[in-house]
Structure formats: C-alpha cells, structure tokens
Design a protein around this ligand. Structure first.
Ligand code: CAA
Length: 382
C-alpha cells in the first residue's frame, strides 16, 4: 500500500527543521554567501537540535533517522541555504562508511565520542587527478607490518579545514584499481595531515572546502574499515545512501526559487497587470512547479526504497540526477522571471542558481549518475 501522507512524528520533525531553517539559517544566508563565512555558530545549534548526525543510530549519539526522514529535514534546510545544508549534512556522508563497514568496537570508539558533542567529519575520496573515476585514485596505503602509511592528496573536501575526523580512501596498489582500495578512519591531529586553503567557490559559500594532504600518515590496522580491498565497495554503498538527500537538497533550492518567482510575479506589473497574469510567466511557473513536485516524489521514492532494505543504486541516482538538473532549471527560470533584478545580488534568486549548480556536480557528476542509471537499467534487459 503506497501512502504519501506524513506521520505525526515526520511532520513534527519537518516543522522543527523548517523553524530552524527560517529563524536561524535564512537571516544569515546572504551575508555568509557574500563574505563568504562559515557560520560555525549555526552548525553548533544544528548539532544541538539533532540536525547533524542524522544517519547515526541514537545509541551511538546520533539522530537515528530513516532516509525518508533525513530527506524531509534536508529539503527544509536547503530551502533556507544550500551551502549551510551541505556543511550540516557532510557528517552523514563522512560517517556512513563507518556505519556500513565499521566493527562494533570501531563504531563505539569513533562515533560515540564524536557525536556526544559538536564535531565535523569529512569524506575523502576525490583527488586532484580525478573524481568521477573513483577506482583510479592514487593516494597510497603502504602496509608496514603494524598498520599502514598513507601518502597522497584529496581535493574538494567539504568541511575539511574544520573537521576532526576523516574517512579516507587509499590504494594498496593502483594497478589493482578498485580491488586495491581500502577505507581508513584518520583523526585530523594525526601527524602528517594538513589541509589547504579554503577554496573560493561559485556557490555554497557558507560551506568550507579544501584539499587534505596525507604525508607519511601512520594509521593502525585497527582503524581500517572492513578488509583490505573493501574500500571501493564501501564508498559506492555510502554514495547509494547519500545521493538521495542531495535530491532533497536540490528540491529545497528549487522550491525556494519557485516561491520567490511566484511571489514576485504576483506583485511586479507590466503592460498594466501583474506579470503572473501573462501566459508567458504562467507557463514558466507551471513548468517549475512540475519539476519541483517530480523532484520531491523521486527523492521520496528513492528514500522509501532504501528504507525498505533495497540497495537503491538506480533510484538514488535517478533522484539525485533529476532533482539537481531540475533545480538548476527552476533557479534559472526564477532569475528570468525577476528579469534584470534577478541578476542583482540584492535579490535572492541568483544565489539559488549558483547553489543549484553544485548539486549537478558533487556526490557524483550527473554524467556519472546517468552511467549508473544506464548500467542498472540495462541489467534488467540482459
Ligand atoms: N554498491 C556496492 N558495490 C558496488 C556498487 C554499489 N553501488 N557499485 C559498484 N560496485 C562494485 C561492483 O559490483 C564491482 O565489484 P566486483 O569487482 O566485485 O564485481 C566494483 O564495485 C567495481 O564496480 P564498477 O566496475 O561499476 O566500477 P567503475 O570503475 O566502472 O566505476 C562508478 C563505477 C559508478 C563510475 C564510480 O567510480 C563512481 O561512482 N564515481 C563517482 C564518484 C563520486 O560520486 N564521487 C563523489 C565524491 S563525494 C562528494 O563529492 C561530496 C562532497 O564532498 C560533498
């Protein structure tokens, strides 16, 4: 039986996130974007309210939410600011490999103290030489008898300068491609770990992004997640879980763009009447509304699929890819509806366009999502 209604618990979670987004995040969104500024005080409040480690079970100090509940919250947060939302949910991405591949001892050792108070973690997969071909990563892990020594550089790492824990993917032998990749947990204060400068980005400017270097960083074998060679599968299974919330994040941006455009169209007049009464604008708004609605439903469906125990590789890629393409289009149409004002930084829609763009790129560029979708689809025909 399919049911699109929200339970009272889900509604109250959504309302709590909406209140936080509109009272704590939205008033600072433009300033954090312009400066740019990493508003740590807002992230600390998000942690206090349980809006940060959404996927970590409650017994380990997290919020223990279903993926569907996570998506409800993420859409609300992104409505206020895509960049802040990226930083708030980065812990979910970074900690997922621990949840999927960690032993009970590792979960207790790393996650419980980490979640007890405000901390940030980063997911270190992408490298300067390539992001889409994750199996070709070059960061090396050399076994030295007691553990491993890591050498290499990761880039575009969300929250890296502020994180105290990294989940790092490194190869025992690049010639083995994905079969040689291992996943490790590396504390920020391990000797040889350094972060680069804060990157100057087009959008998501309230979020912090930098490189992370590993120079002869010693990691004990007890901090490896899973067996040697399990790293690539862990990264892929993690992304299956976390691409769906990116669909929700994109939906939040798109909903904000639609709301701004509709409100503006009702009050802006041309040819003697509000532009909302011109068919050209009505068609825009109608198309934008369809895209927002479809994005939300695809995201909910992907979350529901994964919550019901399926891998959800196909569904999460469809949700992420569709919703992010839709967000860019809807934000573009919002700018067009505002006309010249839409291009001005004084109005909110140009930020939405810049923020929407990243959702097509991170957590797997949409070209990769289409590769994944086609592979999963064709499996059903062969
Ligand atoms: N779950 C479990 N296992 C999986 C899997 C999945 N979803 N997808 C693939 N695998 C397994 C395969 O079964 C295969 O295993 P076997 O060797 O046992 O058969 C193995 O992994 C290799 O799979 P492929 O042959 O499909 O691998 P590939 O080299 O062709 O690459 C890819 C596949 C989908 C293109 C992958 O490289 C990919 O997803 N790339 C994009 C990486 C990405 O999303 N990066 C984002 C970084 S995070 C970020 O941007 C966020 C941020 O900071 C905010």
């Amino acid at each position: 039986m399919v049911d699109f209604s929200l339970s009272p618990e889900a509604e109250s979670l959504r309302d709590m996130a909406r209140k936080f987004a509109r009272t704590e995040m939205a008033p600072h969104a433009a300033e954090c974007d312009r400066t740019p500024r990493f508003p740590e005080e807002i992230y600390r409040k998000a942690h206090e309210l349980g809006l940060m480690n959404l996927n970590v079970p409650t017994e380990l100090g997290g919020s223990g939410l279903s993926l569907f509940e996570q998506c409800l919250l993420v859409e609300e947060l992104a409505y206020a600011c895509g960049g802040m939302t990226t930083s708030i949910i980065a812990n979910c991405l970074a900690l997922e490999p621990l949840l999927l591949g960690g032993t009970e001892e590792q979960k207790q050792r790393f996650l419980a103290p980490f979640c007890a108070s405000y901390h940030l973690a980063s997911f270190c997969l992408t490298e300067p030489s390539g992001g889409s071909d994750a199996g070709a990563l070059r960061t090396r892990a050399r076994a030295d008898g007691q553990g491993y020594v890591l050498d290499g550089e990761k880039c575009f790492i969300t929250n890296a300068p502020h994180a105290s824990l990294y989940t790092v993917f490194a190869s025992l032998d690049p010639a083995l491609r994905h079969k040689g990749i291992c996943a490790f947990v590396v504390p920020r204060d391990a000797e040889g770990v350094t972060t680069g400068k804060d990157e100057e980005k087009m959008g998501h400017r309230a979020s912090s992004t930098s490189t992370v270097r590993f120079d002869s960083v010693r990691v004990p074998a007890s901090d490896r997640l899973g067996a040697e060679g399990d790293g690539f599968g862990l990264a892929m299974r993690t992304l299956d879980q976390t691409r769906t919330p990116i669909g929700a994040l994109a939906t939040g941006i798109a909903q904000a763009a639609l709301d701004h455009a509709a409100a503006y169209a009702l009050k802006r007049e041309s040819f003697g009447k509000p532009i909302a009464q011109h068919q050209a604008i009505q068609i825009k708004l109608a198309n934008m509304a369809q895209q927002v609605h479809a994005s939300r439903l695809l995201t909910w469906h992907a979350a529901w699929t994964i919550d019901h125990g399926a891998r959800g590789t196909l569904e999460s890629s469809i949700a992420k890819c569709f919703a992010s393409d839709a967000a860019l289009h809807v934000a573009d149409e919002a700018v067009q509806t505002f006309g010249g004002y839409g291009y001005m930084k004084e109005y909110p829609v140009e930020k939405l366009l810049r923020d929407a763009k990243l959702t097509q790129i991170y957590e797997g560029a949409n070209e990769i999502q289409r590769t994944v979708i086609a592979r999963e689809l064709l499996r059903g025909y062969s």
